[in-house]
Design a protein around this ligand. Structure first.
Ligand code: C2E
Length: 727
């Protein structure tokens, strides 16, 4: 029973005192229990699901038991002249109250959503729980004269419990956002404040209680004595230690899990990086970092699918593909080295990117080949505008160290859906590019169906070409070369002709590139060697002494055993090696300098004459050309065409004639079409002349007839000179 006594008389109550050691011990238990519980409660906040609930339960038990044990130890420190004992049921209820209040307070405080009402509820629950435990515990002491209470102190004890709990819980909430040393500091602070809440409440509450003199404790025989206290203290201490141990263990586990998680994250990000690297390698050109053919084709497919969707009812949008091939890149690579070549390619890639929009794709698809995908191109004119910009940009000189190098490019343009179905777009752009290249380069060509890029048509033509020799559709036409000084025929150039059964005469400009691309050129070249030698032998039988020039492709130069084959063919037809002249275009000679040098030396060794064809069209290193054992330099017909009109062309031809003579080479001018051109060339001391002015290429029998005087009116009469010997 509790009774009220506002002004108690000092001698009507028993004298009481405290054992300070035990008080100190009760404070230690309160602080320790708070510390452990705060740690556990933090686990509740961090953990999820079932584990969180277990920690919450353990935490509530530890806190409740801590409060309860503090009370009993505090009661042990409280000394009265009589023995005090506690009713079992109420003692148990007081424990339940402490545990329940702790459970409520921590349940609310550890919630993710935490606002003022939560804070107030938790503080009231915690403070109220401490008070409830204390006063229920006091109620468990059954006194013969009820305890007299000072209600002001009771009220103060409640206020202390609630305010200190509120402070401790606030510190506890702050702990959630902390880690490391700061976390530990806040945990200690919160534990001290909570310990203060429990002990402050208890000892203030105890000072509110007065025990009447002469009263006896009716429950002294129930739970009592130091043994009970020792058991409570030991059990509580063990509980606290076990809980603390498990908190540390869990913290370790969590830190290990955290580390594992971190290293997993690190491994994942490394894996991601490696994946990106692999992707990059699979889809990018390593030199320029541009997309490669694979990625280009993928983007093209997506762009086409998008177009097909938007163009369902009518054609609204188009896309363009530009096939860009650098002109004269190989000679640069060979003359200035691969590092220079690489720099040019990287520079070219950057210039292409600068001309495209960010939505376009620029890809490198071969050595010096690039593809540009123009999405949302309105028409061919828009693509041509881009092509023009690219031509202009690429023709600007490249600065390599202190050298300036200039290149150009050829561009083929296709527009979808105007220029063929999706499967042939790149092939069609390629075909258009070849046309631009054949037109002399530094230009673009928009695809037209006759360009024969259609894959099946090309396939058909190349399969026809493979059988052309066997079906005797190949022939050689011969164009005379005239000695400038003597005015007599000095030889002929053999030019290949293909008479197709359906398409008629096909020009070498069409079928030679096809033969080169499809690997038929070696067979054709061999046939030309054979036929030229056979013809030489036949003419010799007729008393004609001719030097025949044949054209060699780069593929023939690269093939080992060319000199041996020529030697065998010459021997088989009993023809002198000096009667055969091999022409190699300047760009071919520069394309593979090693092969050219090696083969030229072998051909020189067997006694065959050598000539550099189309001089002036490639990118020659004169120093290199000087080392080639050639006897002739043939000036390209584009210079001869402009001789009458262009001062520049005259200056170039003049310089080339001088230079060639200085190097001990004879100079041949091809494409001579007028008497004026002839006169200019003769004035410049050009050694040989060839062109329509004298005669067009013609079959062997026509040449013979022509040589014997059967000529057209506008052609020169060489009937006397052709029957002479070779000079
Ligand atoms: N406008 C004009 N043109 C003239 C004149 N005089 C000659 N031509 C032409 O110029 C070309 C000269 O041959 P090329 O420069 O070696 O150029 C040749 C050569 O590079 C290649 N070619 C021809 N036959 C063979 C061959 O057997 N093997 C290889 N690898 N290439 C060949 O095909 C090219 C073209 O040959 P063709 O069509 O026969 O064209 C020939 C000839 O018909 C003229 O006064 N005016």
């Amino acid at each position: 029973m509790l009774s009220d006594l506002s002004t108690p008389l000092a001698d009507s109550f028993m004298a009481s005192s405290y054992s300070l050691v035990t008080v100190g011990f009760s404070i230690v238990i309160a602080v320790m229990a708070s510390y452990v519980t705060l740690g556990l409660a933090r686990r509740v906040h961090l953990a999820s699901g079932g584990i969180g609930r277990i920690w919450w339960l353990i935490g509530s038990m530890v806190m409740g038991t801590g409060i309860w044990a503090t009370h009993f130890i505090g009661m042990q420190a409280f000394q009265l002249p009589i023995l005090l004992g506690y009713r079992g049921a109420l003692t148990l209820i007081s424990w339940v109250a402490a545990v329940a209040a702790s459970a409520l307070a921590f349940g609310v405080t550890t919630k993710t959503e935490y606002r003022w009402p939560h804070f107030v509820t938790a503080s009231l629950a915690m403070g109220g729980g401490i008070c409830a435990m204390h006063y229920l515990g006091m109620l468990a002491i059954d006194m013969s004269i009820p305890i007299v209470w000072n209600w002001s102190f009771v009220a103060i004890s409640v206020v202390i419990a609630v305010l200190a709990s509120a402070t401790a819980l606030s510190l506890f909430r702050i702990m959630f956002s902390l880690s490391g040393k700061k976390l530990r500091l806040f945990q200690v602070l919160a534990a001290l404040v909570m310990g203060f809440a429990i002990c402050g409440m208890h000892y203030t509450g105890m000072s509110a209680a007065s025990f009447a003199s002469g009263a006896i404790c009716l429950s002294a025989e129930a739970l009592n004595g130091p043994e009970l206290t020792t058991i409570i203290v030991l059990t509580t201490a063990m509980l606290l230690i076990a809980a603390m141990f498990s908190t540390v263990l869990d913290a370790r586990l969590q830190s290990t899990a955290f580390k594992l998680n971190e290293s997993l994250k690190e491994s994942n990000s490394k894996l991601q990086l490696a994946n990106n690297e692999l992707r990059q390698r699979a889809f990018a050109d390593p030199l320029t970092n541009l997309p490669n053919r694979l990625l280009f084709e993928d983007r093209l497919i997506h762009a086409l699918l998008r177009l097909e969707r938007t163009n369902r009812s009518s054609v609204k949008d188009r896309l363009g593909i530009l096939f860009v091939d650098l002109d004269g890149f190989k000679p640069i690579n060979d003359s200035f080295g691969h590092a220079a070549g690489d720099e040019i390619l990287i520079g070219a890639a950057q210039r292409l990117l600068a001309q495209a929009r960010s939505s376009d794709t620029v890809a490198r698809v071969g050595g010096d080949e690039f593809l540009v995908l123009l999405e949302d191109a309105q028409d061919a004119a828009a693509c041509m505008a881009v092509a023009n910009r690219i031509l202009k940009s690429l023709s600007q000189p490249f600065q390599l160290g202190n050298k300036e190098l200039q290149i150009t490019c050829s561009i083929g343009i296709v527009v979808f859906p105007d220029h063929g179905d999706r499967d042939h777009l790149i092939a069609n752009a390629d075909a258009a590019m070849y046309v631009a290249k054949r037109n002399g380069g530094n230009s673009f060509a928009v695809f037209e169906p006759h360009m024969g890029s259609d894959a099946s048509e090309q396939l058909e033509l190349q399969s026809d070409l493979r059988n052309a020799i066997q079906r005797q559709q190949m022939s050689l036409h011969y164009q005379p070369k005239i000695d400038g000084e003597r005015g007599s025929i000095i030889g002929v150039e053999a030019l290949l002709r293909w008479t197709h059964p359906e398409r008629g005469m096909i020009a070498p400009d069409i079928f030679i590139p096809l033969a080169e691309r499809f690997g038929i050129i070696i067979n054709l070249g061999n046939w030309v060697i054979e036929e030229a030698c056979r013809q030489l032998a036949e003419w010799r039988g007729m008393g004609l002494q001719m030097r025949v020039a044949i054209n060699l492709s780069v593929h023939q130069l690269r093939e080992s055993g060319l000199a041996e084959r020529i030697t065998q063919t010459l021997q088989r037809h009993n023809v002198q090696a000096s009667q055969l002249l091999c022409e190699i275009t300047e760009s071919v000679a520069m394309e593979d300098t090693q092969a050219t040098q090696r083969t030229f030396e072998e051909l020189r060794d067997i006694g065959v004459y050598l000539s550099i064809d189309d001089f002036g069209t490639g990118y020659s290193s004169l120093n290199y050309l000087r080392q080639l054992p050639a006897q002739q330099l043939k000036i390209d017909r584009s210079f001869i065409r402009d001789l009458e009109t262009e001062e520049d062309a005259r200056a170039v031809v003049h310089a080339v004639v001088h230079l060639a003579h200085a190097l001990g080479l004879r100079v041949v001018a091809e494409g001579v079409e007028t008497a004026a051109q002839r006169d200019i060339l003769l004035n410049m001391h050009c050694d040989e002349l060839q062109g329509y002015f004298y005669a067009k290429p013609m079959p062997a029998d026509r040449l013979l007839a022509w040589a014997k005087g059967d000529k057209q009116d506008d052609q020169a009469d060489f009937s006397t000179s052709i029957l002479g010997g070779l000079s």
